[in-house]
Design a protein around this ligand. Structure first.
Ligand code: COS
Length: 382
């Protein structure tokens, strides 16, 4: 039985606790799914999650746009990740891909949200480029104004849901000013002529990922999200919301690793006694539990702060993401060690957690970038 005492922390309201319990019950009967074909698995997960209503928190309701509830996003990611990494991925991308529309979109652009929240369309966030991942302000892709249109040219890479998304939120240089102040955000439907999948990218924990090519992709000015030149701030605002949720996914993986370890060390005999009788093992279990609880505190602090109306949670979100992903890696590594050969046996849950966790220290702002962000915030320079 997973540890649930954190749900009584004052960060939560009753509807969060109810959401967590109902989702847990749903996960037990519906997850994990077969991952053999990740594209099909993701599409069916989005349909399934949408049908059951779990995607509603990923984006605002176009008819009544209220702020996103970051605690619900975090609880959902944590719970899904504990049961199936791909289910967490499918959920998370519906939010990240539409985040800019939720926060800054027009009523017309928000019509996409009716579909993505019901699992009827998949979305993707297209920010990174071959020569600008961490250094967003250095992006090269251009969007040139041509009458009532913008024409997009360039490449995006490491795009999650690339190849299966129905709609992309794309960032490109519009040139109002150099650097960060000359970038804009656009809604680009996947079937827009000139937008192609240049490469599918395979990674250690498989999920749909691609490099996209934009060859004179023409979109109307109504595709512009927010104001021209505000794209960098829009991207950062979206990341402020979703970075804590990456920490929450890592927390879900770590909790699962801890649960598996508790069963393992309690049940396995070594030197005529349970493995747990060894003090060295007790030390590992204590470190793991401490890492899990400390991560949860940082994550739900960030989520609660945002939900309480803070305009920016850059520092809190960066701390939560940095700490929780880093510590989850350590928790899972210990779980592998305590499982012995089974820990690296292909198909074992602990082996898959070991592969799943690694990318979370890289995507949506690498750990090193989070340190830059935190330090600048501490110095009052961010
Ligand atoms: N919310 C709102 N505005 C923000 C912001 C935030 N979280 N962070 C920065 N800004 C604003 C700044 O206030 C500044 O505004 P002014 O021009 O009005 O002063 C502007 O944006 C530029 O900010 P800054 O000077 O900090 O830009 P940098 O290029 O130095 O930013 C970092 C550097 C590393 C912080 C940024 O590029 C970053 O977060 N990189 C990681 C990106 C990432 O996560 N990539 C993964 C892709 S998604 S899978």
């Amino acid at each position: 039985m997973p540890e649930r005492s954190f749900l009584s922390w004052p960060f939560f309201e009753d509807h969060h606790r109810d959401h967590a319990e109902r989702l847990e019950a749903w996960c037990k009967t519906n997850l994990p799914v077969d991952h053999t074909d990740v594209d099909e698995a993701c599409k069916s997960l989005v349909a399934k999650l949408g049908e059951a209503g779990w995607l509603m928190p990923t984006a605002v309701d176009p008819a009544d746009p209220q702020p996103l509830d970051v605690r619900t996003l975090c609880i959902t990611r944590e719970t899904l990740a504990r049961h199936d990494g791909l289910a967490d991925f499918a959920f998370a991308m519906q939010g990240l891909g539409t985040g800019a529309i939720s926060l800054f979109g027009t009523p017309e652009q928000r019509q996409w949200l009716d579909k993505t929240r019901r699992g009827k369309a998949l979305s993707a966030f297209a920010l990174s480029e071959p020569r600008s991942g961490s250094d967003v302000a250095n992006m090269e892709m251009t969007a040139t104004r041509d009458g009532d249109d913008y024409v997009l040219s360039g490449e995006k890479t490491w795009i999650s849901n690339g190849g299966i998304a129905d709609v992309y939120c794309v960032f490109a240089r519009t040139g109002e000013a150099p650097g960060a102040r000359g970038i804009s955000a656009f809604v680009v439907p996947a079937d827009t002529p000139g937008l192609t999948i240049a490469e599918r990218i395979e990674v250690v924990a498989p999920h749909p990922l691609a490099r996209l090519s934009f060859d004179n992709v023409r979109v109307p000015t109504s595709a512009l999200i927010g104001k021209a030149g505000d794209g960098f701030k829009i991207a950062m605002s979206v990341l402020d919301v979703f970075r804590s949720t990456v920490g929450a996914a890592a927390l879900g993986f770590a909790r699962r690793a801890l649960d598996e370890t508790v069963s393992r060390v309690g049940g396995r005999q070594l030197f005529d006694a349970p493995l747990f009788d060894l003090q060295m093992v007790q030390g590992h279990v204590a470190d793991m539990a401490l890492d899990v609880d400390a991560s949860a505190l940082l994550i739900y602090r960030a989520a609660w702060t945002k939900d309480s109306g803070a305009p920016r949670v850059t520092r809190e979100a960066a701390m939560a993401k940095l700490y929780a992903t880093d510590r989850a890696q350590s928790v899972i590594d210990k779980a592998v060690q305590l499982h012995g050969g089974d820990g690296v046996r292909r198909g074992h849950i602990v082996e898959s957690l070991y592969r799943e966790i690694r990318a979370l220290r890289i995507y949506e702002g690498a750990s090193d970038v989070q340190k830059v962000v935190i330090a600048r915030q501490v110095m009052g320079a961010g």
